[in-house]
Design a protein. Structure first.
Length: 187
């Protein structure tokens, strides 16, 4: 098995586990954890997007680093590849990546968002952020723009969002497996 095949297997297994966990957590109304799972799935997606934005030699470099449990650094450099850089790249393709990432981080880190059963976590966001999330949910999943964002109004869409991220990830995994360099805007 090549390193790329091993890397892609890891991505797929992680994604499958995210889907299963998301379903169980939604069924038990643990929505904060579903958002955390969504953030983890997005982590895989932004890494796949980043890999596909590089030539095959650099791609192999980062895959090798992953399989050796090393932080990603530019070849022949100590400059680390940051999540911010990868999220921005993916956001330029999708337009929704940054919103999902930021929301997911708010649930991963201890914040007022964790009190979503008692307070509306979306009140922690700016009006622009709320509008972005509503617009993305509307564009991709039919969320009514006149609804207020809250866990109650968003929870029915969480698994759809996870599925959207997962299906995009699967397309990128297939591209990684083909080991071709493609224009990401055509995928």
């Amino acid at each position: 098995m090549t390193e790329t095949q091993q890397f892609c297997r890891i991505l797929r297994e992680r994604s499958s586990e995210h889907t299963s966990a998301g379903q169980l957590l939604c069924a038990n109304r643990h929505y904060g954890q579903v958002v955390s799972i969504l953030r983890q799935e997005l982590d895989s997606l932004v890494r796949a997007v980043f890999l596909l934005s590089n030539d095959l030699t650099e791609r192999q470099h980062y895959i090798h680093q992953t399989l050796n449990n090393e932080k990603w650094t530019r070849p022949n450099s100590k400059t680390q590849i940051t999540d911010r850089h990868m999220v921005d790249l993916a956001d330029s393709l999708h337009g929704w990546t940054n919103s999902v990432y930021k929301l997911g981080c708010a649930f991963i880190h201890l914040s007022p968002m964790a009190d979503y059963r008692n307070e509306n976590p979306f009140q922690q966001l700016t009006i622009d952020e709320i509008d972005d999330i509503k617009q993305h949910l509307n564009n991709y999943h039919g969320f009514p723009l006149d609804k207020v964002l809250s866990i109650a109004t968003v929870s029915p869409y969480l698994l759809r969002v996870l599925d959207k991220v997962s299906s995009n990830l699967e397309c990128y995994i297939a591209s990684l497996e083909s080991e071709t360099v493609r224009n990401l805007f055509d995928i």
